[in-house]
Design a protein around this ligand. Structure first.
Ligand code: ADP
Ligand code: MG
Length: 140
């Protein structure tokens, strides 16, 4: 299988609790390589664009306000089957349903403040990476 890239965000609940390193350790232990990483403050416009697919959902406003409430760490992860692998490592959206050993089971506080984002397809990974990274800032 070919090496693939996915897009990850360590959300504001992770940076607020100083969990950047702890989450990265789980990512690296799973065999995913962090080939791009930057700590940013997401603007309202960026968050609305990023989560556009959810704009009709009742939690959209809450989600945008949470994602802009503190710093986030945007990342590009690389590895075999990286998109599906990272979804597995993250665990279910709702931490109450997340499997043992997953990032959300270990760290997430609620279905909204759930510590990490990961792309749900290879096509979306490309779009999401392009929103936050230039090619020259990804070093594989
Ligand atoms: P995932 O992040 O697992 O791909 P979704 O794409 O369904 O999940 O939702 C995007 C994000 O929106 C979630 O990670 C979470 O932060 C937030 N979210 C999803 N469902 C809810 C909900 N019922 N209430 C509040 N926030 C939610
Ligand atoms: Mg999603």
């Amino acid at each position: 299988m070919a090496t693939e890239r996915t897009f990850s965000i360590l959300k504001p609940d992770a940076t607020r609790r100083n969990l950047t390193g702890a989450v990265n350790a789980v990512i690296e232990e799973a065999g995913l390589r962090i080939v791009g990483q930057r700590r940013i403050r997401m603007s309202q416009t960026q968050a609305e664009k990023f989560y556009e697919v959810h704009k009709e959902r009742p939690f959209f406003g809450e989600l945008v306000s949470f994602m802009t409430s503190g710093p986030v760490v945007v990342q590009v992860l690389e590895g075999e089957n990286a998109v599906a692998k990272y979804r597995e490592v993250m665990g279910a959206t709702n931490p109450a349903q997340a499997a043992e050993g997953t990032i959300r089971k270990k760290f997430a506080e609620s279905v909204g403040e759930n510590t990490v984002h990961g792309s749900d397809s290879a096509d979306n990974a490309k779009i999401e990476i392009a929103q936050f990274f230039q090619d020259s800032d990804i070093v594989g």
